[in-house]
Design a protein around this ligand. Sequence first.
Ligand code: 5GP
Ligand code: ZN
Length: 113
Amino acid sequence: MSCLFCKIVAGEVPAKRVHEDEELVAFEDINPQAPLHVLVIPKRHISTLNDMTAADDAIVGQMARRAAAIARERGFDGSGYRTVLNCNSDAGQTVFHIHLHLLAGRRLAWPPG
Ligand code: 5GP
Ligand code: ZN
């Protein structure tokens, strides 16, 4: 198993977990880009958004709702937050196990860089 995020799921690489359930793990990004920067990932390996099928619809919904729940727990539901799912090189994807970024705690520019 060579995937970094599969290793985090398995506990072989340490991470600061903020949530875990049967389907998902959420953990703090090692190089945070905002006061709150959490990655929400499925336990099951899926490389990119391009690889998702109808069978994955439920997991994407769980990832989005979990990001919203973490934002709410940290008090950012009213002030706002951003969720990002980068796909391939132009978007800056560097880890090829899908992950939903949750960013909050500062004003985020739009359009993104
Ligand atoms: P991407 O650029 O693929 O959308 O995002 C990958 C994210 O994973 C980056 O924000 C990066 O900081 C984070 N990351 C990379 N390696 C590790 C690691 O070993 N542990 C944690 N917690 N985050 C990581
Ligand atoms: Zn993986």
